[in-house]
Design a binder for this molecule. Sequence first.
Ligand code: ADP
Ligand code: ADP
Ligand code: MG
Length: 555
Amino acid sequence: TCGICVEKCPFDAIEIINLPEELDESPTHRYGENAFSLYGLPIPESGKVTGLLGPNGIGKSTAVKILAGEITPNLGRHGDEPSWEEVIDQFRGTELQNYLEGVRDGDIDVARKPQYVDQIPESFDGNTRQLLEATDERDALDELVERLSLRPVMEQSIENLSGGELQRVALAATLARDADFYFLDEITPYLDIGQRVTAARLIHELAEEEDRAMLVVEHDLAILDLVADSLHVAYGEPSAYGVVTSPKSVKNGINEYLRGYLDAENMRIRPEAIEFEAHAPRPSTESETLVEYPAMTKSYGEGEFALEVDAGEINRNEVLGIVGPNGIGKSTFAKLLTGELEPDGTDGEADLDVQSEAGDFDLDLDIAYKPQYVEADQPIRVDAFLSSITEDFGSSYWNTEIAQPLQLERIMEQNLTELSGGERQRVAIAATLSKDADLYLLDEPSAHLDVEQRVLATRAVRRYAENHEATVMVIDHDIYTIDLLADRLMVFDGEPAHHGHATDPKEMRAGMNEFLANLDVTFRRDENLGRPRINKPGSQKDKQQKRDGEYYYTQ
Ligand code: ADP
Ligand code: ADP
Ligand code: MG
Protein backbone atom coordinates (compact mmCIF):
# COMPACT_ATOMS: atom_id res chain seq x y z
CA THR A 1 0.00 0.00 0.00
CA CYS A 2 1.05 3.58 -0.48
CA GLY A 3 0.47 4.42 3.17
CA ILE A 4 -2.75 6.37 2.82
CA CYS A 5 -5.12 3.53 2.36
CA VAL A 6 -6.29 1.66 5.41
CA GLU A 7 -7.38 -1.29 3.33
CA LYS A 8 -6.11 -2.86 0.18
CA CYS A 9 -5.31 -0.41 -2.58
CA PRO A 10 -8.45 -0.09 -4.72
CA PHE A 11 -6.35 0.46 -7.83
CA ASP A 12 -3.99 -2.51 -7.49
CA ALA A 13 -1.03 -0.73 -5.98
CA ILE A 14 -0.92 2.34 -8.12
CA GLU A 15 2.05 4.55 -8.16
CA ILE A 16 1.24 7.56 -6.05
CA ILE A 17 3.31 10.40 -7.41
CA ASN A 18 2.58 12.90 -4.71
CA LEU A 19 0.48 12.71 -1.64
CA PRO A 20 -2.35 15.10 -2.30
CA GLU A 21 -1.47 18.40 -0.69
CA GLU A 22 -4.77 18.53 1.11
CA LEU A 23 -3.82 15.48 3.15
CA ASP A 24 -1.06 17.40 4.88
CA GLU A 25 -3.68 19.81 6.11
CA SER A 26 -6.44 18.95 8.48
CA PRO A 27 -9.59 17.51 6.96
CA THR A 28 -12.75 19.55 6.64
CA HIS A 29 -14.64 16.96 8.58
CA ARG A 30 -14.01 13.60 10.18
CA TYR A 31 -16.78 11.45 11.58
CA GLY A 32 -14.63 10.10 14.42
CA GLU A 33 -11.17 8.79 15.23
CA ASN A 34 -10.19 6.48 12.36
CA ALA A 35 -13.52 7.19 10.66
CA PHE A 36 -14.15 8.61 7.22
CA SER A 37 -12.60 12.04 6.62
CA LEU A 38 -13.41 14.58 3.98
CA TYR A 39 -10.89 17.07 2.61
CA GLY A 40 -11.99 20.22 0.82
CA LEU A 41 -15.52 21.18 -0.20
CA PRO A 42 -17.29 21.93 -3.47
CA ILE A 43 -18.08 25.60 -3.99
CA PRO A 44 -21.68 26.56 -4.72
CA GLU A 45 -21.92 29.66 -6.91
CA SER A 46 -25.02 31.72 -7.58
CA GLY A 47 -26.15 31.56 -11.19
CA LYS A 48 -24.04 28.47 -11.84
CA VAL A 49 -24.34 24.72 -11.90
CA THR A 50 -21.43 23.11 -10.08
CA GLY A 51 -20.81 19.47 -10.92
CA LEU A 52 -19.34 16.88 -8.60
CA LEU A 53 -17.79 13.76 -10.12
CA GLY A 54 -16.51 10.89 -8.07
CA PRO A 55 -17.14 7.37 -6.85
CA ASN A 56 -19.78 6.31 -4.37
CA GLY A 57 -18.72 6.48 -0.72
CA ILE A 58 -16.20 9.27 -1.29
CA GLY A 59 -18.00 11.89 0.82
CA LYS A 60 -20.30 13.66 -1.63
CA SER A 61 -23.31 13.49 0.67
CA THR A 62 -21.15 14.49 3.61
CA ALA A 63 -20.04 17.60 1.72
CA VAL A 64 -23.64 18.47 0.94
CA LYS A 65 -24.71 18.05 4.56
CA ILE A 66 -22.01 20.55 5.48
CA LEU A 67 -23.13 22.98 2.79
CA ALA A 68 -26.73 22.54 3.95
CA GLY A 69 -25.78 23.33 7.54
CA GLU A 70 -26.76 19.88 8.78
CA ILE A 71 -23.23 19.02 9.85
CA THR A 72 -20.96 21.62 11.41
CA PRO A 73 -17.51 20.69 10.16
CA ASN A 74 -15.06 19.70 12.91
CA LEU A 75 -11.78 20.05 10.96
CA GLY A 76 -10.95 16.52 12.11
CA ARG A 77 -10.98 17.48 15.79
CA HIS A 78 -12.90 15.53 18.36
CA GLY A 79 -13.27 16.77 21.91
CA ASP A 80 -12.25 20.35 21.15
CA GLU A 81 -14.53 21.04 18.18
CA PRO A 82 -13.64 24.25 16.35
CA SER A 83 -15.92 27.27 16.28
CA TRP A 84 -17.54 28.38 13.03
CA GLU A 85 -14.98 31.21 12.95
CA GLU A 86 -12.12 28.73 12.79
CA VAL A 87 -13.87 26.76 10.09
CA ILE A 88 -14.52 29.87 8.03
CA ASP A 89 -10.91 30.90 8.58
CA GLN A 90 -9.83 27.74 6.82
CA PHE A 91 -11.66 28.91 3.71
CA ARG A 92 -10.90 32.64 4.06
CA GLY A 93 -10.29 34.34 0.76
CA THR A 94 -12.10 31.66 -1.21
CA GLU A 95 -15.62 31.75 -2.61
CA LEU A 96 -16.63 29.44 0.19
CA GLN A 97 -16.07 32.08 2.86
CA ASN A 98 -19.25 34.01 2.02
CA TYR A 99 -21.24 30.92 1.56
CA LEU A 100 -20.22 29.39 4.90
CA GLU A 101 -20.95 32.66 6.69
CA GLY A 102 -24.45 32.35 5.28
CA VAL A 103 -24.70 28.78 6.55
CA ARG A 104 -23.45 29.86 9.99
CA ASP A 105 -26.10 32.61 10.17
CA GLY A 106 -28.85 30.27 9.00
CA ASP A 107 -29.38 32.42 5.90
CA ILE A 108 -29.14 29.66 3.33
CA ASP A 109 -32.23 27.76 2.24
CA VAL A 110 -31.49 24.40 0.74
CA ALA A 111 -33.59 22.19 -1.53
CA ARG A 112 -32.40 18.68 -2.04
CA LYS A 113 -33.26 15.81 -4.35
CA PRO A 114 -32.36 12.50 -2.75
CA GLN A 115 -30.26 9.91 -4.56
CA TYR A 116 -32.65 6.99 -4.09
CA VAL A 117 -36.03 8.12 -5.36
CA ASP A 118 -37.40 4.60 -4.83
CA GLN A 119 -37.61 5.44 -1.14
CA ILE A 120 -39.93 8.44 -1.58
CA PRO A 121 -43.17 6.40 -1.32
CA GLU A 122 -42.11 5.26 2.15
CA SER A 123 -42.20 8.82 3.43
CA PHE A 124 -45.06 10.31 1.42
CA ASP A 125 -48.66 9.18 1.39
CA GLY A 126 -50.72 10.82 -1.32
CA ASN A 127 -50.78 11.52 -5.03
CA THR A 128 -48.43 13.37 -7.33
CA ARG A 129 -50.49 16.57 -7.30
CA GLN A 130 -50.49 16.73 -3.50
CA LEU A 131 -46.76 16.19 -3.31
CA LEU A 132 -45.96 18.77 -5.96
CA GLU A 133 -48.39 21.41 -4.71
CA ALA A 134 -46.83 21.19 -1.27
CA THR A 135 -43.43 22.05 -2.70
CA ASP A 136 -44.41 24.71 -5.22
CA GLU A 137 -42.87 27.74 -3.54
CA ARG A 138 -41.85 29.37 -6.82
CA ASP A 139 -45.20 29.00 -8.55
CA ALA A 140 -43.37 27.02 -11.21
CA LEU A 141 -45.37 23.84 -11.18
CA ASP A 142 -47.22 24.21 -14.46
CA GLU A 143 -44.05 24.55 -16.45
CA LEU A 144 -42.22 21.78 -14.59
CA VAL A 145 -45.15 19.39 -14.97
CA GLU A 146 -45.39 20.19 -18.66
CA ARG A 147 -41.73 19.84 -19.50
CA LEU A 148 -41.21 16.74 -17.40
CA SER A 149 -44.37 15.20 -18.93
CA LEU A 150 -45.94 14.58 -15.54
CA ARG A 151 -49.49 15.51 -16.55
CA PRO A 152 -50.62 11.85 -17.00
CA VAL A 153 -49.55 10.88 -13.47
CA MET A 154 -50.80 13.92 -11.51
CA GLU A 155 -53.70 12.05 -9.91
CA GLN A 156 -51.74 8.84 -9.38
CA SER A 157 -50.76 7.71 -5.94
CA ILE A 158 -47.03 8.14 -5.33
CA GLU A 159 -46.70 4.50 -4.34
CA ASN A 160 -47.84 3.40 -7.81
CA LEU A 161 -45.33 5.44 -9.79
CA SER A 162 -42.52 3.76 -11.72
CA GLY A 163 -38.90 4.65 -10.94
CA GLY A 164 -38.70 6.94 -13.99
CA GLU A 165 -41.86 8.76 -12.95
CA LEU A 166 -40.65 9.11 -9.37
CA GLN A 167 -37.36 10.53 -10.60
CA ARG A 168 -39.19 13.25 -12.58
CA VAL A 169 -41.57 13.97 -9.70
CA ALA A 170 -38.59 14.35 -7.37
CA LEU A 171 -36.87 16.70 -9.83
CA ALA A 172 -40.01 18.81 -10.17
CA ALA A 173 -40.51 18.91 -6.39
CA THR A 174 -36.93 20.04 -5.81
CA LEU A 175 -36.82 22.64 -8.56
CA ALA A 176 -40.20 24.08 -7.49
CA ARG A 177 -38.79 25.04 -4.10
CA ASP A 178 -37.62 28.59 -3.44
CA ALA A 179 -34.07 27.96 -2.22
CA ASP A 180 -30.65 29.58 -2.43
CA PHE A 181 -28.84 26.30 -2.89
CA TYR A 182 -30.17 23.26 -4.75
CA PHE A 183 -28.51 19.95 -4.42
CA LEU A 184 -29.37 17.16 -6.84
CA ASP A 185 -27.87 13.79 -6.01
CA GLU A 186 -28.02 11.95 -9.38
CA ILE A 187 -30.56 13.15 -11.89
CA THR A 188 -30.53 10.37 -14.50
CA PRO A 189 -31.40 6.95 -13.02
CA TYR A 190 -34.44 5.45 -14.81
CA LEU A 191 -34.76 8.39 -17.23
CA ASP A 192 -34.37 7.98 -20.97
CA ILE A 193 -32.01 10.25 -22.89
CA GLY A 194 -34.68 12.76 -23.88
CA GLN A 195 -35.78 13.09 -20.25
CA ARG A 196 -32.15 13.40 -19.11
CA VAL A 197 -31.54 16.26 -21.49
CA THR A 198 -34.75 17.98 -20.34
CA ALA A 199 -33.72 17.62 -16.68
CA ALA A 200 -30.30 19.09 -17.46
CA ARG A 201 -31.86 22.08 -19.26
CA LEU A 202 -34.32 22.78 -16.42
CA ILE A 203 -31.53 22.80 -13.87
CA HIS A 204 -29.41 25.04 -16.01
CA GLU A 205 -32.22 27.50 -16.62
CA LEU A 206 -33.06 27.78 -12.92
CA ALA A 207 -29.44 28.61 -12.10
CA GLU A 208 -29.08 31.13 -14.89
CA GLU A 209 -32.46 32.85 -14.96
CA GLU A 210 -33.09 32.96 -11.21
CA ASP A 211 -29.49 33.27 -10.07
CA ARG A 212 -29.56 30.19 -7.88
CA ALA A 213 -26.64 27.98 -6.88
CA MET A 214 -26.90 24.36 -8.00
CA LEU A 215 -24.75 21.37 -7.13
CA VAL A 216 -25.22 18.21 -9.19
CA VAL A 217 -23.71 14.79 -8.55
CA GLU A 218 -23.93 12.75 -11.74
CA HIS A 219 -22.34 9.62 -13.22
CA ASP A 220 -23.75 9.92 -16.76
CA LEU A 221 -20.85 11.88 -18.20
CA ALA A 222 -22.63 13.11 -21.33
CA ILE A 223 -25.30 14.68 -19.13
CA LEU A 224 -22.83 15.98 -16.53
CA ASP A 225 -21.00 17.65 -19.40
CA LEU A 226 -24.24 19.25 -20.55
CA VAL A 227 -25.51 20.45 -17.18
CA ALA A 228 -22.43 21.73 -15.34
CA ASP A 229 -20.57 25.05 -15.62
CA SER A 230 -17.63 23.90 -13.52
CA LEU A 231 -16.59 20.63 -11.99
CA HIS A 232 -15.03 19.33 -8.80
CA VAL A 233 -13.56 15.85 -8.91
CA ALA A 234 -13.73 13.79 -5.72
CA TYR A 235 -11.14 11.07 -5.25
CA GLY A 236 -9.57 9.08 -2.45
CA GLU A 237 -10.54 5.77 -0.98
CA PRO A 238 -14.24 5.13 -0.61
CA SER A 239 -15.29 4.82 3.04
CA ALA A 240 -11.79 5.82 4.24
CA TYR A 241 -11.17 9.33 2.96
CA GLY A 242 -12.23 11.62 0.15
CA VAL A 243 -10.68 14.73 -1.36
CA VAL A 244 -12.71 17.32 -3.25
CA THR A 245 -10.49 19.16 -5.76
CA SER A 246 -10.63 22.84 -6.59
CA PRO A 247 -13.03 23.59 -9.42
CA LYS A 248 -11.94 22.66 -12.94
CA SER A 249 -13.52 23.39 -16.28
CA VAL A 250 -16.08 20.69 -17.01
CA LYS A 251 -14.21 19.60 -20.08
CA ASN A 252 -10.86 19.25 -18.32
CA GLY A 253 -12.40 17.72 -15.22
CA ILE A 254 -14.11 14.93 -17.17
CA ASN A 255 -11.08 14.36 -19.40
CA GLU A 256 -8.71 14.15 -16.44
CA TYR A 257 -11.09 11.80 -14.71
CA LEU A 258 -11.31 9.53 -17.75
CA ARG A 259 -7.58 9.65 -18.28
CA GLY A 260 -7.11 8.68 -14.63
CA TYR A 261 -4.76 11.56 -13.87
CA LEU A 262 -5.58 14.89 -12.21
CA ASP A 263 -3.31 17.56 -13.65
CA ALA A 264 -3.39 20.35 -11.06
CA GLU A 265 -3.24 17.86 -8.21
CA ASN A 266 -0.52 15.82 -9.92
CA MET A 267 -2.40 12.74 -8.87
CA ARG A 268 -3.03 9.40 -10.50
CA ILE A 269 -6.44 8.08 -9.57
CA ARG A 270 -6.61 5.02 -11.86
CA PRO A 271 -3.88 2.94 -13.55
CA GLU A 272 -5.38 3.22 -17.03
CA ALA A 273 -7.47 5.56 -19.13
CA ILE A 274 -11.04 4.95 -20.20
CA GLU A 275 -11.09 5.37 -23.98
CA PHE A 276 -13.69 5.79 -26.68
CA GLU A 277 -13.35 4.98 -30.36
CA ALA A 278 -14.14 7.78 -32.76
CA HIS A 279 -14.68 5.16 -35.46
CA ALA A 280 -17.61 2.84 -35.48
CA PRO A 281 -16.47 -0.67 -34.60
CA ARG A 282 -16.26 -2.93 -37.65
CA PRO A 283 -19.21 -5.28 -37.77
CA SER A 284 -18.13 -8.80 -36.95
CA THR A 285 -19.30 -11.23 -39.58
CA GLU A 286 -18.26 -14.58 -38.16
CA SER A 287 -20.77 -14.92 -35.34
CA GLU A 288 -23.21 -17.77 -35.46
CA THR A 289 -26.86 -16.97 -35.18
CA LEU A 290 -28.49 -17.63 -31.83
CA VAL A 291 -32.00 -16.93 -33.00
CA GLU A 292 -33.81 -15.55 -36.01
CA TYR A 293 -37.19 -14.12 -35.21
CA PRO A 294 -39.94 -13.13 -37.65
CA ALA A 295 -41.68 -9.78 -37.88
CA MET A 296 -44.31 -9.68 -35.16
CA THR A 297 -46.73 -7.37 -33.44
CA LYS A 298 -48.02 -7.29 -29.90
CA SER A 299 -50.83 -5.14 -28.64
CA TYR A 300 -52.21 -5.14 -25.15
CA GLY A 301 -55.79 -4.63 -26.31
CA GLU A 302 -58.10 -2.24 -28.09
CA GLY A 303 -56.71 1.29 -27.84
CA GLU A 304 -53.78 0.19 -25.70
CA PHE A 305 -50.07 0.09 -26.38
CA ALA A 306 -49.04 -1.75 -29.55
CA LEU A 307 -45.55 -2.83 -30.58
CA GLU A 308 -44.36 -3.69 -34.08
CA VAL A 309 -41.11 -5.63 -34.38
CA ASP A 310 -39.14 -5.98 -37.62
CA ALA A 311 -37.73 -9.42 -38.32
CA GLY A 312 -34.17 -9.82 -37.12
CA GLU A 313 -31.52 -12.12 -35.80
CA ILE A 314 -29.45 -12.19 -32.67
CA ASN A 315 -25.95 -13.57 -32.81
CA ARG A 316 -24.22 -15.81 -30.38
CA ASN A 317 -21.36 -14.14 -28.60
CA GLU A 318 -22.53 -10.59 -29.09
CA VAL A 319 -23.58 -7.78 -26.82
CA LEU A 320 -26.65 -6.23 -28.35
CA GLY A 321 -27.44 -2.73 -27.14
CA ILE A 322 -31.09 -1.71 -26.95
CA VAL A 323 -31.96 1.97 -27.00
CA GLY A 324 -35.13 4.00 -27.08
CA PRO A 325 -37.36 6.08 -24.83
CA ASN A 326 -39.22 4.77 -21.79
CA GLY A 327 -42.62 3.23 -22.46
CA ILE A 328 -41.80 2.28 -26.05
CA GLY A 329 -41.98 -1.51 -25.74
CA LYS A 330 -38.45 -2.65 -24.85
CA SER A 331 -39.60 -4.84 -21.97
CA THR A 332 -42.53 -6.06 -24.06
CA PHE A 333 -40.04 -7.24 -26.71
CA ALA A 334 -38.01 -9.02 -24.03
CA LYS A 335 -41.13 -10.81 -22.85
CA LEU A 336 -41.86 -11.95 -26.41
CA LEU A 337 -38.44 -13.55 -26.49
CA THR A 338 -38.90 -15.28 -23.16
CA GLY A 339 -42.32 -16.57 -24.14
CA GLU A 340 -43.90 -14.74 -21.23
CA LEU A 341 -45.98 -12.90 -23.83
CA GLU A 342 -47.18 -14.20 -27.17
CA PRO A 343 -47.30 -12.16 -30.34
CA ASP A 344 -50.67 -11.15 -31.83
CA GLY A 345 -52.30 -13.73 -34.03
CA THR A 346 -50.97 -16.79 -32.26
CA ASP A 347 -54.21 -17.25 -30.28
CA GLY A 348 -52.41 -18.68 -27.35
CA GLU A 349 -51.37 -21.54 -29.61
CA ALA A 350 -47.80 -22.73 -29.72
CA ASP A 351 -45.16 -20.01 -29.72
CA LEU A 352 -43.60 -18.76 -32.90
CA ASP A 353 -41.70 -21.20 -34.99
CA VAL A 354 -38.32 -19.79 -35.68
CA GLN A 355 -35.34 -21.03 -37.58
CA SER A 356 -32.16 -21.71 -35.74
CA GLU A 357 -29.17 -23.92 -36.25
CA ALA A 358 -30.76 -26.42 -33.96
CA GLY A 359 -33.69 -26.63 -36.34
CA ASP A 360 -37.21 -25.41 -35.64
CA PHE A 361 -38.01 -24.54 -32.11
CA ASP A 362 -40.38 -22.31 -30.20
CA LEU A 363 -39.28 -18.83 -29.38
CA ASP A 364 -38.97 -19.54 -25.72
CA LEU A 365 -35.34 -18.96 -25.12
CA ASP A 366 -34.03 -19.42 -21.64
CA ILE A 367 -33.40 -15.88 -20.57
CA ALA A 368 -31.67 -14.63 -17.48
CA TYR A 369 -33.23 -11.23 -16.82
CA LYS A 370 -32.09 -8.34 -14.67
CA PRO A 371 -35.08 -6.04 -14.32
CA GLN A 372 -34.76 -2.25 -14.38
CA TYR A 373 -35.90 -1.89 -10.79
CA VAL A 374 -33.91 -4.14 -8.53
CA GLU A 375 -35.77 -4.99 -5.39
CA ALA A 376 -34.40 -6.86 -2.43
CA ASP A 377 -36.90 -8.04 0.10
CA GLN A 378 -35.22 -11.23 1.25
CA PRO A 379 -33.32 -10.82 4.50
CA ILE A 380 -30.53 -13.05 3.26
CA ARG A 381 -26.79 -12.44 3.02
CA VAL A 382 -25.22 -11.64 -0.34
CA ASP A 383 -22.96 -14.72 -0.26
CA ALA A 384 -25.85 -17.02 0.64
CA PHE A 385 -27.99 -15.51 -2.11
CA LEU A 386 -25.33 -15.84 -4.81
CA SER A 387 -24.28 -19.36 -3.81
CA SER A 388 -27.93 -20.41 -4.11
CA ILE A 389 -27.78 -19.35 -7.77
CA THR A 390 -24.57 -20.94 -8.99
CA GLU A 391 -22.37 -23.84 -8.03
CA ASP A 392 -19.45 -21.83 -9.32
CA PHE A 393 -19.81 -19.41 -6.42
CA GLY A 394 -16.43 -18.91 -4.75
CA SER A 395 -14.45 -20.69 -7.49
CA SER A 396 -11.38 -18.80 -8.65
CA TYR A 397 -12.96 -18.46 -12.05
CA TRP A 398 -16.16 -16.96 -10.64
CA ASN A 399 -14.18 -14.65 -8.36
CA THR A 400 -12.09 -13.32 -11.25
CA GLU A 401 -14.87 -12.99 -13.78
CA ILE A 402 -17.75 -11.85 -11.61
CA ALA A 403 -16.96 -10.98 -7.98
CA GLN A 404 -13.88 -8.84 -8.57
CA PRO A 405 -15.03 -6.64 -11.41
CA LEU A 406 -18.37 -6.13 -9.68
CA GLN A 407 -16.61 -5.34 -6.39
CA LEU A 408 -18.59 -7.83 -4.38
CA GLU A 409 -15.94 -8.95 -1.89
CA ARG A 410 -16.60 -6.16 0.55
CA ILE A 411 -20.34 -6.67 0.68
CA MET A 412 -20.55 -10.48 0.75
CA GLU A 413 -21.49 -10.60 4.41
CA GLN A 414 -24.11 -7.89 4.23
CA ASN A 415 -27.81 -8.48 4.05
CA LEU A 416 -29.52 -7.85 0.70
CA THR A 417 -31.94 -5.49 2.38
CA GLU A 418 -29.14 -3.31 3.79
CA LEU A 419 -27.44 -2.63 0.48
CA SER A 420 -27.28 0.77 -1.20
CA GLY A 421 -28.76 1.15 -4.69
CA GLY A 422 -25.40 0.72 -6.39
CA GLU A 423 -24.54 -2.33 -4.30
CA ARG A 424 -27.89 -3.95 -5.06
CA GLN A 425 -27.35 -3.27 -8.75
CA ARG A 426 -23.97 -5.04 -8.72
CA VAL A 427 -25.38 -8.07 -6.88
CA ALA A 428 -28.26 -8.25 -9.39
CA ILE A 429 -25.88 -8.14 -12.37
CA ALA A 430 -23.74 -10.87 -10.77
CA ALA A 431 -26.79 -13.01 -10.07
CA THR A 432 -28.01 -12.68 -13.66
CA LEU A 433 -24.65 -13.51 -15.23
CA SER A 434 -24.26 -16.48 -12.88
CA LYS A 435 -27.33 -18.19 -14.29
CA ASP A 436 -27.28 -20.74 -17.07
CA ALA A 437 -29.21 -19.26 -19.98
CA ASP A 438 -29.30 -18.78 -23.76
CA LEU A 439 -29.63 -15.07 -23.48
CA TYR A 440 -28.80 -12.56 -20.77
CA LEU A 441 -30.94 -9.47 -20.68
CA LEU A 442 -29.84 -6.56 -18.52
CA ASP A 443 -32.26 -3.67 -18.11
CA GLU A 444 -30.43 -0.46 -17.16
CA PRO A 445 -27.39 -1.97 -15.44
CA SER A 446 -25.78 1.48 -15.11
CA ALA A 447 -28.41 2.84 -12.70
CA HIS A 448 -26.77 4.02 -9.45
CA LEU A 449 -23.31 2.80 -10.45
CA ASP A 450 -20.51 5.35 -10.40
CA VAL A 451 -18.29 5.81 -13.45
CA GLU A 452 -15.64 3.37 -12.21
CA GLN A 453 -18.26 0.74 -11.51
CA ARG A 454 -19.89 1.27 -14.89
CA VAL A 455 -16.62 0.64 -16.65
CA LEU A 456 -15.81 -2.43 -14.54
CA ALA A 457 -19.33 -3.83 -14.96
CA THR A 458 -19.13 -3.18 -18.71
CA ARG A 459 -15.88 -5.11 -18.93
CA ALA A 460 -17.30 -7.98 -16.87
CA VAL A 461 -20.30 -8.26 -19.17
CA ARG A 462 -18.18 -8.11 -22.35
CA ARG A 463 -15.72 -10.69 -21.08
CA TYR A 464 -18.52 -12.92 -19.97
CA ALA A 465 -20.06 -12.81 -23.45
CA GLU A 466 -16.71 -13.57 -25.08
CA ASN A 467 -15.67 -16.40 -22.76
CA HIS A 468 -19.03 -18.14 -22.61
CA GLU A 469 -20.25 -17.74 -26.17
CA ALA A 470 -23.06 -15.99 -24.34
CA THR A 471 -25.42 -13.54 -25.92
CA VAL A 472 -26.16 -10.44 -23.91
CA MET A 473 -28.80 -7.80 -24.54
CA VAL A 474 -28.40 -4.55 -22.66
CA ILE A 475 -31.02 -1.85 -22.37
CA ASP A 476 -29.38 1.36 -21.17
CA HIS A 477 -29.74 5.13 -21.46
CA ASP A 478 -26.16 6.10 -20.63
CA ILE A 479 -24.67 6.62 -24.07
CA TYR A 480 -21.11 6.02 -22.79
CA THR A 481 -22.15 2.69 -21.31
CA ILE A 482 -23.82 1.68 -24.57
CA ASP A 483 -20.77 2.82 -26.53
CA LEU A 484 -18.36 0.78 -24.37
CA LEU A 485 -20.61 -2.26 -24.27
CA ALA A 486 -22.53 -2.86 -27.46
CA ASP A 487 -21.45 -4.65 -30.66
CA ARG A 488 -24.72 -3.85 -32.42
CA LEU A 489 -27.80 -1.80 -31.67
CA MET A 490 -31.52 -2.32 -31.76
CA VAL A 491 -33.47 0.94 -31.90
CA PHE A 492 -36.99 1.48 -30.56
CA ASP A 493 -38.99 4.45 -31.75
CA GLY A 494 -42.60 5.60 -31.79
CA GLU A 495 -44.87 7.34 -29.35
CA PRO A 496 -44.34 6.20 -25.75
CA ALA A 497 -47.39 4.55 -24.17
CA HIS A 498 -49.19 4.47 -27.58
CA HIS A 499 -47.16 2.57 -30.13
CA GLY A 500 -43.61 1.44 -30.64
CA HIS A 501 -41.50 0.12 -33.48
CA ALA A 502 -38.36 -1.98 -33.10
CA THR A 503 -35.77 -2.16 -35.88
CA ASP A 504 -33.71 -5.24 -36.58
CA PRO A 505 -30.30 -5.22 -34.84
CA LYS A 506 -27.97 -2.90 -36.77
CA GLU A 507 -24.27 -2.24 -36.77
CA MET A 508 -23.25 0.58 -34.41
CA ARG A 509 -22.94 3.43 -36.87
CA ALA A 510 -26.33 2.86 -38.49
CA GLY A 511 -27.93 2.19 -35.11
CA MET A 512 -26.56 5.32 -33.44
CA ASN A 513 -27.54 7.44 -36.43
CA GLU A 514 -31.09 6.17 -36.41
CA PHE A 515 -31.43 6.50 -32.63
CA LEU A 516 -29.96 9.99 -32.36
CA ALA A 517 -31.84 11.24 -35.44
CA ASN A 518 -35.05 10.30 -33.61
CA LEU A 519 -33.84 12.39 -30.67
CA ASP A 520 -32.45 15.17 -32.85
CA VAL A 521 -29.19 15.13 -30.86
CA THR A 522 -25.67 15.05 -32.34
CA PHE A 523 -22.35 14.37 -30.65
CA ARG A 524 -18.96 15.85 -31.44
CA ARG A 525 -15.64 14.45 -30.25
CA ASP A 526 -13.43 16.01 -27.67
CA GLU A 527 -10.18 16.84 -29.44
CA ASN A 528 -7.97 15.24 -26.79
CA LEU A 529 -9.64 12.03 -25.79
CA GLY A 530 -12.19 11.36 -28.52
CA ARG A 531 -14.84 11.51 -25.82
CA PRO A 532 -18.35 12.04 -27.23
CA ARG A 533 -19.94 15.37 -26.24
CA ILE A 534 -23.48 16.56 -26.96
CA ASN A 535 -23.54 19.42 -29.51
CA LYS A 536 -25.41 22.59 -28.81
CA PRO A 537 -28.60 22.52 -30.89
CA GLY A 538 -28.18 24.72 -33.95
CA SER A 539 -24.39 25.00 -33.59
CA GLN A 540 -22.16 24.75 -36.67
CA LYS A 541 -21.22 21.15 -35.90
CA ASP A 542 -24.79 20.18 -35.08
CA LYS A 543 -26.06 21.48 -38.42
CA GLN A 544 -23.22 19.98 -40.41
CA GLN A 545 -23.54 16.55 -38.84
CA LYS A 546 -27.29 16.50 -39.38
CA ARG A 547 -26.69 17.35 -43.04
CA ASP A 548 -24.16 14.52 -43.28
CA GLY A 549 -26.38 12.13 -41.37
CA GLU A 550 -23.53 11.41 -38.95
CA TYR A 551 -24.93 11.84 -35.44
CA TYR A 552 -22.31 10.03 -33.40
CA TYR A 553 -19.25 8.68 -35.19
CA THR A 554 -17.62 11.59 -36.94
CA GLN A 555 -14.84 9.73 -38.75
P1 ADP B 1 -21.06 9.54 -1.03
O1 ADP B 1 -22.20 10.50 -0.94
O2 ADP B 1 -19.91 10.03 -1.84
O3 ADP B 1 -21.51 8.17 -1.48
P2 ADP B 1 -21.05 9.77 1.87
O4 ADP B 1 -20.72 11.17 2.18
O5 ADP B 1 -22.48 9.35 1.98
O6 ADP B 1 -20.46 9.36 0.46
O7 ADP B 1 -20.21 8.83 2.83
C1 ADP B 1 -18.78 8.82 2.85
C2 ADP B 1 -18.31 7.88 3.95
O8 ADP B 1 -18.65 8.41 5.24
C3 ADP B 1 -18.95 6.50 3.88
O9 ADP B 1 -17.96 5.54 4.11
C4 ADP B 1 -19.94 6.50 5.04
O10 ADP B 1 -20.09 5.21 5.53
C5 ADP B 1 -19.29 7.45 6.03
N1 ADP B 1 -20.32 8.10 6.86
C6 ADP B 1 -21.39 8.78 6.40
N2 ADP B 1 -22.11 9.28 7.44
C7 ADP B 1 -21.47 8.90 8.55
C8 ADP B 1 -21.72 9.12 9.96
N3 ADP B 1 -22.76 9.83 10.40
N4 ADP B 1 -20.84 8.57 10.82
C9 ADP B 1 -19.78 7.85 10.38
N5 ADP B 1 -19.48 7.62 9.09
C10 ADP B 1 -20.32 8.14 8.19
P1 ADP C 1 -40.23 0.08 -22.04
O1 ADP C 1 -39.63 -1.20 -21.56
O2 ADP C 1 -39.71 0.54 -23.36
O3 ADP C 1 -40.18 1.18 -21.01
P2 ADP C 1 -42.73 -1.43 -21.87
O4 ADP C 1 -42.60 -2.53 -22.88
O5 ADP C 1 -42.52 -1.78 -20.45
O6 ADP C 1 -41.80 -0.21 -22.32
O7 ADP C 1 -44.17 -0.79 -22.00
C1 ADP C 1 -44.65 -0.19 -23.19
C2 ADP C 1 -46.07 0.35 -22.93
O8 ADP C 1 -46.96 -0.74 -22.72
C3 ADP C 1 -46.18 1.24 -21.71
O9 ADP C 1 -47.06 2.31 -22.00
C4 ADP C 1 -46.80 0.32 -20.68
O10 ADP C 1 -47.56 1.07 -19.74
C5 ADP C 1 -47.68 -0.57 -21.52
N1 ADP C 1 -47.87 -1.89 -20.92
C6 ADP C 1 -46.90 -2.71 -20.44
N2 ADP C 1 -47.44 -3.85 -19.98
C7 ADP C 1 -48.77 -3.77 -20.18
C8 ADP C 1 -49.89 -4.64 -19.90
N3 ADP C 1 -49.71 -5.85 -19.35
N4 ADP C 1 -51.12 -4.20 -20.21
C9 ADP C 1 -51.33 -2.99 -20.79
N5 ADP C 1 -50.32 -2.12 -21.07
C10 ADP C 1 -49.06 -2.51 -20.77
MG1 MG D 1 -24.33 9.87 -1.33
